[in-house]
Each structure stands twice: as C-alpha cells, then as structure tokens.
Design a protein around this ligand. Sequence first.
Ligand SMILES: Nc1ncnc2c1ncn2[C@@H]1O[C@H](COP(=O)(O)OP(=O)(O)O)[C@@H](O)[C@H]1O
Ligand SMILES: [Mg+2]
Length: 411
Amino acid sequence: MQPDGKGTSESAARQGASVEFRHVTKRFGAEAAGGKGTPGAVNDLSLTVPPGEICVLVGPSGCGKTTSLKMVNRLVEPTEGQVLIDGQDISTVRATVLRRRIGYVIQQIGLFPHQTIGENVATVPRLLGWPKERIRSRVDELLTLIGLDPGGVRDRYPSQLSGGERQRVGVARAMAAEPPVMLMDEPFGAVDPIVRGRLQNEFLRLHQELGTTVLLVTHDIDEAIKMGDRVAIMQQGGYLAQYAPPAELLANPANDFVARFVGSDRGLKRLALMTVAEVDLREAATARVGEPVRSALARAAEAAYILLLDMDGRPEGWVNARRLRPEGTLDSEAADPSSPIFTPATTLRDALSMLLASAVQTGVVVDESGRYVGALTLEVVGAALRGATTPPPEALTIGSPSEPDDGHAAR
Ligand SMILES: Nc1ncnc2c1ncn2[C@@H]1O[C@H](COP(=O)(O)OP(=O)(O)O)[C@@H](O)[C@H]1O
Ligand SMILES: [Mg+2]
C-alpha cells in the first residue's frame, strides 16, 4: 500500500514483453473483396519493440497508427503478416485472454461513468479473480503512484474529477494487472498543455518503475521525441518511414517526409535530448581566492579571463586578466559573477538559451556540490550538434567570457 520504491512491490518484479510486427498489412474490407480490399491502412509493417521500451507511433492523421495499435490486442486482425508478443504469434491466443495481459488507454472513451474510481481501476484484477484484499491494496497503490489520494478519490465517480485526473485514472486502470504490454492511443490528447506536460513526466517516472513495454500513439512529434525510446514515423498509406531512437531521427532523417515531419528546428530538438554531461568541456584558467595575482597570471598563460574559485572550488566569477595588478592577491571583489552556471543534467538546449541570454558567453559547469568541473562555450554546443568529438584547436584556448569593449566579442 505504500508508494514504495523498487523491489518491494510485486510490480517491479514483472518484466515487459517484446512486441514484433512481422510484415503486417491491413486492408479494411479485404474479407469481402477476397483478400484485395482497398487501399492499405497499414502496409508491410515490420518492427520490433524490445522489452520494457516505449515505442511511439507518430504520423499524420489517417496514416494507420490506431490500426497498428489495435492489431496488438486483436481489436483489428491483420490481413497479412503476424504480430508476436515475446515471440508468440498472438493469433493463436484467445482475444479475451490476450487483452487481460495488455493495458489499453484511449483518449475518447474514458472511464465507466457509473462505477467509482476504485471500481474502474479494479476492472482487470476483478476479471482475473484476484482476492479482494489484493485488489484493494493494488488500487490504493496505483492511485498513490499516479499522484491521487486514494482516500479522497476511491469512492468518487469519474464526473467528479478533472480531465487530467480522469486521464491519470485511465492509466492506472490500464496498469492495474501489471500488464507486460501497454497500448496508449493519444493518451494525453484531451488535456491542456500544462497538464499534458505533467502527465507525460509522471508517466515517464512510472514507466521507469514498472518496466512495462509501451506502444504509444500520437500525432505530436514533440511528444514522440520526449516519450519514445524509439519512434516509428508513419506516412500516409500506412507505410513506416523510419524507426529509430529520437536522436537518430533528428540527426539522420531517412527521407524528406521525415525531415519535414520532425521540423526545420530539428537541430534545437536534438539539443533538448543532450545534456552537459555528454559533451567535452573546456578547461578554464582558474585561480583561488587569496592567491597571488602573479602566480595566477603565470598559470593562466595567454588566457584573457581567469575563473576565480573559492576555497572549496566553487566559482566566484570571471576576472579580466589584463585588468589585474601583478603585485596584489586575488579577491572575489574582482570577479564578475554573471556567468551562466550549468550542472551535468542541464540540457544543451537550456544551456544554449542561457548562453545567448548572458553577456558572458562561457558558462561554468559545476557538480552537485557546486564545485567547478569545466567550462561550456557556444563552440562546445556546436561541436556536440555536429557530432564532433574533438573541438577545433583554436577554440581550446578560450576559457574566457566575452566583453564588448575589448575585442573578445561573442561569436
Ligand atoms: N474500421 C475501419 N473500416 C474502414 N477503414 C478504416 C477503419 N479504421 C480505419 N480505417 C481507415 O484506415 C486508415 C488508417 O486509420 P487509422 O489507423 O485510424 O489512422 P490514424 O490512427 O493514424 O489516424 C484511414 O484511412 C482510415 O479511414
Ligand atoms: Mg488514430
């Protein structure tokens, strides 16, 4: 009943299942037309979702996303080809049995209106004949997991909840029997953008705990990039245009359709997937508070700016080397503290916008305890985007913020 961590709940013990589409084609009306039917809603779809991953099917309206999803729980039968779960052809499994092992969340049809929230969430466990006590504790566990207070909502009806709350309950209901596979058709589509963002984050957190395999349908490429371990981009006529991890789609779109679909700002989208931890940082020239200026200058060599650190290695700010009198010692008065500060978890997209908004175009990267670990420049961001591992040599001596009046203006 606790909102427990990993290991203690039985949910953590379950593993997701692999899902494979093997040359799957669906033509509606094919039975009547003797196998022909017209035209294909899904055409020769082959892809494999590894256990525990989130696969997002994305594409314009009518490209066959929902049809593909429904072939996984046999709401739609393929005209040709097979769908396999953990290697087993699902056409050999009775549909009702299959569906108890597959969670299904859709946007339009919500909860059963005449059942309480608790009864809604308990639907599949009841079908599976779980003992009352186990159902009860599972329901409370799930409501807690999705961020609702079980005591507050368990006995209420769907109409008494907000749209976002209802959508959460829909997810909880789908997860109740710890299905190895979850199908989600535009699950966050009906709520406003802020609630949507929150639900997405909650679901990602939940997924990390549960390890279920998820197939999620959306028409929103940003949602696909955010949620997917892999993204299948589908194209009119039910064709799979590309199936790859988000970073790969953005870096190497397979064709013009994909390039247009992911958008002309795909470079920026890629930056949102990369963090400061993944790039090669520069070394700034550094000095300690209280250190003689002369020794700091000697170590800084030709660097125009020196990063002043306190006794614990935390940055105080940049000092302009040329404005220092060699006979004194360094004190924090001389330091300009206006540099952007990043942590290893900062996305490159955030880092870039902070660098662009700052007069000082070299950001300081600090660890969890705020200690200096490296410097981040626009060149580093650019190199990461180009996939370059070694920065151009002339950029290595930077370690200096720009200042409009001394010829070190920003590039
Ligand atoms: N039950 C059905 N009978 C006939 N045609 C259908 C049926 N369901 C879907 N289609 C057609 O199949 C194509 C793919 O639909 P769908 O899978 O719902 O697309 P998406 O979910 O990507 O918007 C569309 O052209 C749609 O009109
Ligand atoms: Mg659809």
